[in-house]
Design a protein around this ligand. Sequence first.
Ligand code: PGA
Length: 248
Amino acid sequence: MRKPILAGNWKMNKTRDEVIQFTLAVTNRLPLNVECIVCAPAIYLRDLVKRSPDNLHIGAQNMHELDSGAYTGEISPIMLKDTGVEYVILGHSERREYFNETDAKINAKIKKALEVGLKPIICVGEKLETREAGKTNELLESQIVKAFEGVNIDNTENVIIAYEPIWAIGTGKSADSKTAEEACGFIRSVLSKIYSENVANEIRILYGGSVKETNIAEYMAQKDVDGALVGGASLKPESFIELCNKSA
Ligand code: PGA
């Protein structure tokens, strides 16, 4: 059984006061049968780790692929681990697009995250023109194959994939649940080819892109969708609580 996941991606939002208010507001109100995660700006991670209730797990939104060194402004996986962070989003489309992250870079980060004991939430997804050209599966396969090149998966619970069509992120135009299911099912079939059917059946695959309280249930009802990565709608504690409860 794949345990459902509801992961909030706060992106570059919130003040420290708002972060603390959030932890207080969600305490005792999150379901135990869902892995509830918030991926926060790095500067708030320590506060979150210290103040969050037990069933709210904490993730970062990015990391460098090296342990330490002369990389001004970067945050290393060792630092995240040391801070008590459990998860890290890797390869988000905003990082691919605005910070020139390549598949090779993302692959190196995935290997490093697993090596230090962080659980990567690996994002893949197509632009609108790729979908319109009928090349979505080709792109998804290429992103998955490159992301997992040389990656040993010892524990399938520690690897999470998020299918996030770029045209659905922050646009209010979510993919319908059938489209999400097709893509997540396709990603599972690619994992099955790379690893095995068992491994593919155990890895959690999330949908992301304009998920909100009113459409989460449709995604969760799909066979191959194991949860959601949620941006905008994860910011307010009341919405986050509702999203988590509806993911159970
Ligand atoms: P959105 O963002 O829910 O605001 O569309 C999703 C994401 O970028 O992870």
